[in-house]
Design a protein around this ligand. Structure first.
Ligand SMILES: [Zn+2]
Length: 215
């Protein structure tokens, strides 16, 4: 596709580039750390950058350890729908929940923390997994006149996917920068994500497809 020019009504959303989602982390996304230099370069092209941070209380109900007899990556029914159970990860204030030390986007204007409710997971940067409880990010973006979101980060098939789909639902134009994401790929979830994003009109581009910049 033609190079995509970035302006003041665009925002880069950097999803969950945290130690626990990188190699040696509690919920490592394969090659997750490879996105760090790509995301840093992307950050220089955007005046508006938001970072998200998975940020759970200990004993969060998305953790397999909170359910007797369950193992990580089992799926269970929660009151709000189906939920994959994860290893304990991104517990508030731990080093695993910290951003990767190589992440360098000092001009990011907002950090959105999500997954704080002990009983509801939050893949999306906009809504918790009940799809109705907002994080507040939509309001922030609207008040700042943002119309188009570019998503990058971890993991493509969970938090990036859900963020993209909720953003479409909220009326934003949405672009996923696929080479700035890595996936977990549970039971074909990366392929499912790519087809789901396409069906919703989300553009999938590479970082090379961006031009311009404000810095
Ligand atoms: Zn989480």
């Amino acid at each position: 596709m033609a190079a995509c020019a970035i302006g003041d009504s665009d925002a880069l959303i950097v999803v969950d580039v945290q130690n626990d989602f990188c190699p040696d982390g509690a919920l490592a996304v394969p090659h997750g750390d490879e996105v760090v230099p790509i995301v840093n370069r992307l950050g220089t092209k955007f005046r508006n950058v938001v970072l998200t941070q998975d940020w759970h209380p200990a004993g969060h109900l998305s953790f397999a350890s909170a359910h007797l007899g369950r193992a990580p990556y089992d799926t269970i029914a929660m009151p709000y729908g189906s939920q994959v159970l994860w290893p304990d990860h991104c517990v508030q204030g731990t080093s695993g929940a910290a951003f990767h030390s190589g992440l360098q986007i000092p001009h990011a204007g907002l950090i959105v923390r999500k997954g704080l409710d002990p009983a509801i997971d939050s893949y999306s940067a906009l809504y918790e997994n009940d799809r109705t409880t907002p994080t507040g990010l939509t309001g922030y973006l609207r008040e700042r006149g943002i119309q188009r979101l570019f998503l990058a980060g971890l993991a493509l098939d969970f938090c990036v996917r859900y963020s993209a789909e909720d953003a479409v639902r909220e009326g934003f134009a949405v672009v996923v920068i696929v080479d700035a994401c890595r996936g977990i790929d549970l039971q074909g979830s990366v392929a499912t994500t790519r087809s789901s994003l396409g069906a919703r009109g989300v553009a999938c581009i590479t970082a090379e497809g961006l031009s311009g910049g404000t810095s």
